[in-house]
Design a protein around this ligand. Structure first.
Ligand code: HEM
Length: 158
C-alpha cells in the first residue's frame, strides 16, 4: 500500500489481487443457484472466477494477471458477444456483486466504493452493448482499460 503521501492503486487499497479472487470466487459460487443469472452462466469455464478477478485487478492498477496469461481487452469483449444480455440480468449481476463486496470484506469506505460502483456500472453496461447483435469487437492489441479513484482523487485518510 502506498505511503501516506502517495495514492495507492485501487488494488493496493483493497489488499491486493487476492481480495478480488475472494470476491469473484464467492460471487460465481452463488451464481448457479440464482434464477436470473444461473442460466446465463450455465457451462461456465471452471476458471471463470479467477479470470474475472485477474481482469478486474489489472484494470484497477494491479499486476498483468489477465494479459500476462493470454487474455486481452478484445478477448474479454468477445466472450460477451452474441449472448444477448438483458438489463434485468445486468442489474442482477451488479446487485449481487455489491452484496458480495461486503461479504468478501472489501473496503467499504466511500471513495473506494464510489470508484468500484462507477467501474461496475461502466463495465456491465458495455457488456450488455457488446452482447447485442451487430456489436463490433475492438481491434487486436486494443489496450486494457484502466480505472482509478475518479473525482475523490484517492482514499480519505483524515
Ligand atoms: C464489469 C463487468 C464485467 C467484467 C469485468 C466481466 C469480465 C469478464 C471476463 C474477463 C470474461 C472472460 C473470462 C475468461 O477469460 O474465461 C467474461 C466472460 C463472461 N461474462 Fe462477463 N464481465 C462483466 C459483466 C458481465 C455481465 C453483466 C454478465 C451477464 C449478466 C456477464 C456474463 C459473462 C459470461 C456469460 C461470460 C462467459 C463465461 C464462460 O462461459 O466461461 N459479464 N466476463
Amino acid at each position: 500500500m502506498g505511503s501516506a503521501d502517495t495514492i495507492p492503486t485501487l488494488v493496493e487499497w483493497a489488499g491486493g489481487t487476492e481480495a478480488f479472487g475472494r470476491l469473484t470466487a464467492l460471487f460465481y459460487a452463488r451464481v448457479p443457484e440464482d434464477p436470473i443469472l444461473g442460466p446465463v452462466f450455465a457451462g461456465m469455464d471452471p476458471h471463470h472466477a479467477a479470470h474475472v478477478a485477474a481482469f478486474i485487478a489489472e484494470v484497477f492498477g494491479g499486476p498483468t494477471g489477465y494479459t500476462g496469461n493470454g487474455g486481452s481487452h478484445r478477448a474479454m469483449i468477445v466472450r460477451h458477444m452474441g449472448r444477448h444480455l438483458t438489463e434485468t440480468q445486468r442489474r442482477r449481476w451488479i446487485d449481487m456483486m455489491l452484496d458480495t463486496l461486503d461479504e468478501a470484506g472489501l473496503p467499504s469506505d466511500p471513495e473506494f466504493r464510489a470508484a468500484v460502483v462507477g467501474y461496475l456500472e461502466w463495465g456491465t453496461r458495455l457488456a450488455v452493448i457488446n452482447s447485442a447483435d451487430g456489436a463490433v469487437p475492438p481491434p487486436e492489441g486494443a489496450p486494457m482499460p484502466g480505472w482509478n479513484w475518479g473525482p475523490p482523487g484517492g482514499p480519505y485518510r483524515g
